[in-house]
Design a binder for this molecule. Structure first.
Ligand SMILES: Nc1nc2c(c(=O)[nH]1)N[C@H]1C(S)=C(S)[C@@H](COP(=O)(O)O)O[C@H]1N2
Ligand SMILES: [Mo]
Length: 241
């Protein structure tokens, strides 16, 4: 088994670890932000440690852990949510939740893999293909990448244009066949099926087409930019896609 960073072992409930402030890149380790709180997270951790799988039977949200790099995140709903598409495009756009729901929806069922080691099998995500929004915006010839921003005000991510145009990259509105809840990045998050889950930016608010890849929040702190599951970050997990 690939080594997990220590904060993933027995993290006490309520402990807040903001590794970003510790200069992860300088430490040269692969580690993750952990902001664990509440019953769901406790059960999620416990399930990983109980070889009998007993805790897996509890209604614990299926092994997901809550992550945020900020201590609080505003709540957005159908009235207040907006997604902006801008940058190197011919037709910048602002989408409401209703606008996104009115576009063709794609459902994908794959495993989810966090770079710190936890994996959740067969998780349905559903939403609009990112390529649909890019095509609608009219990406200009010199564009080469896409940058994502979030309404937590801090998290960012990026993909090359080729990655962003894959059919398994979604602007997700639903997860586990329910509308995306706030804790999982709702009402709208990115879902990048073949990559480690840190690429799947929660609370998505901006899609900016750029010339070159701009490293995202964790990539500035040491994670690989090309985050293919099993082929990056020094890990050998089975692919998710
Ligand atoms: N805005 C935002 N998106 C984020 C993160 C975050 O801290 N903030 N963490 C990433 C990481 S490292 C993981 S593993 C997943 C966790 O998603 P979950 O909280 O739905 O389990 O979200 C990713 N997207
Ligand atoms: Mo993660």
């Amino acid at each position: 088994m690939t080594a997990e960073p220590p904060e993933e072992r027995g993290t006490p409930i309520g402990r807040r670890v903001f590794l970003g402030t510790l200069g992860l890149g300088a430490l040269g380790v692969v580690a993750a932000p952990v902001l664990q709180r509440g019953l769901e997270d406790f059960l999620g951790s416990a399930a990983d440690k109980d070889p009998t799988g007993l805790t897996g039977l509890l209604p614990n949200g299926g092994g997901f852990r809550y992550y945020s790099v900020t201590s609080s995140v505003p709540h957005k709903n159908a009235e207040t949510y907006r997604l902006t598409v801008d940058g190197l495009v011919d037709r910048p756009a602002d989408y409401t939740l209703a606008d996104l729901r009115a576009l063709p929806q794609t459902r994908i069922v794959k495993d989810v893999q966090c770079v710190t080691g936890w994996r959740v099998p067969g998780t349905p995500f559903e939403g609009v293909r990112l390529s649909t929004l890019l095509d609608a915006a009219g990406v200009r010839a010199r564009a080469g990448a896409v940058h994502f921003t979030c309404f937590d005000g801090a998290y960012t991510e990026s993909l090359t244009l080729a990655q962003a145009r894959r059919s398994d990259v979604l602007v997700a509105l639903r997860m586990q066949d329910e509308d995306l809840g706030h804790d999982h990045g709702g009402p709208v998050r990115l879902y990048v099926a073949p990559m480690y889950f840190y690429k799947s930016a929660k609370w998505l608010s901006g899609i900016t087409v750029t010339e070159k890849v701009k490293p995202g929040y964790w990539e500035k702190r040491g994670y690989d930019i090309d985050a293919w599951v099993g082929r990056s970050n020094g890990r050998d997990d089975d692919p998710t896609s």
